[in-house]
Design a protein around this ligand. Structure first.
Ligand code: LMR
Length: 334
């Protein structure tokens, strides 16, 4: 009698423990830091990823999203990822130079992609994967590319021709290709963290800048920039990256669920990028504060003529093989 009660108690204890484990185990925490507003393609995709990752892992993973440079600014966030202070980021492809992977600056070459179809041949194909693989020796793993959009120039004086930007101080991200691009326009490039741009424009530290439309609108740059020319002269998008040691150390089933969530978030991000580039342009126009000019094909060609030589100039920095691989995949013609 005594023995059977003991056995029953033991069985109860074991099944209670089995039941208790999933409920009381600490969730794995992933800090995802980024520098843009929540209402941008990246901001929305980060929220989407959080939701799906938490659903698919049934709460075993908790994603904490920190938008708007709340936690770290551009350069600091890369260092924080390598140190393991955050686990996930989605920096612009123009910000990988300081990490020592300059190949990503191929995405900054002016007029390299004609449209999303060309772009996706790279970001969703073997060349894009080879680029992500180059991050691994830096302790970083690339999970996906997320779109934002094509950039336009803005300033407080009208922009119709490359000469209109001559002598202007223009804010850039940390890419040397963007520096060369501004120099080709005879402008003065100034590298600034994204979080500092609005104030720099407001106080005249810089005269103008370049942005995809959703970043311009959500940072309220229409309050401090009177003119924008839709030049679509270059691309801005992201690589979603994680600390490799952290990622490799995750239980395999969790990693698989997170990969599924990331695939879904990528489709969502690219859809949002499309939607926002249309909606936010209308929203900027509706403020009546920034005059938006669409360049004629001839005006656009004038910018192209000035900017295409940047490809040749930056070939050694980016890597000739990388540029050639991209050219070949999209059948690029100068
Ligand atoms: C910028 O610095 O302009 C962008 O990289 C910001 C972003 O993350 O879109």
């Amino acid at each position: 009698m005594f023995q059977s009660v003991t056995k029953a108690l033991m069985a109860l204890t074991i099944s209670a423990a089995m039941l208790a484990t999933p409920v009381f185990a600490e969730p794995i925490s992933i800090k995802f830091s980024h520098v843009v507003a929540v209402d941008t393609p990246k901001g929305q995709a980060a929220e989407f990823f959080k939701k799906r990752a938490e659903e698919l892992t049934q709460g075993k993973v908790k994603i904490e999203v920190y938008p708007n440079s709340q936690l770290y600014k551009d350069k600091e966030e890369m260092e924080a990822l390598q140190l393991g202070a955050v686990q996930m980021l989605a920096p612009s492809l123009a910000k990988f130079g300081p990490l020592g992977v300059k190949d990503f600056e191929v995405f900054d070459l002016p007029y390299i992609f004609n449209n999303d179809v060309d772009l996706h041949k790279i970001t969703q194909g073997p060349v894009g994967q080879q680029l992500l693989d180059k991050l691994e020796p830096k302790g970083v793993k690339g999970l996906a590319y997320w779109d934002n959009g094509f950039k336009s120039f803005s300033a407080n004086t009208p922009i119709k021709t490359p000469a209109d930007l001559k002598g202007k101080k223009l804010r850039i991200q940390s890419s040397k290709v963007l520096e060369a691009q501004m120099q080709a326009l005879k402008a003065i490039p100034q590298t600034l963290a994204f979080s500092e741009v609005y104030q720099a424009l407001q106080t005249g530290v810089v005269d103008g800048t370049e942005n995809p439309i959703s970043n311009f609108y959500t940072q309220k740059m229409q309050e401090v920039q009177k003119y924008m020319a839709i030049t679509d002269h270059g691309y801005l998008g992201y690589a979603v990256i994680v600390n490799k040691k952290f990622w490799d150390g995750l239980p395999a089933d969790i990693r698989t669920q997170l990969e599924i969530a990331m695939k879904e978030a990528t489709v969502y991000a690219n859809h949002m990028a499309n939607e926002k580039s249309i909606k936010d342009l209308e929203a900027v126009k509706a403020t009546g504060k920034t005059e938006v000019t669409v360049l004629t094909p001839e005006e656009r060609e004038a910018f192209r003529t000035v900017l295409i030589p940047v490809h040749e100039k930056m070939a050694d920095r980016i890597g000739k093989d990388t540029i050639e691989a991209v050219y070949k995949a999209i059948n690029f013609k100068k």
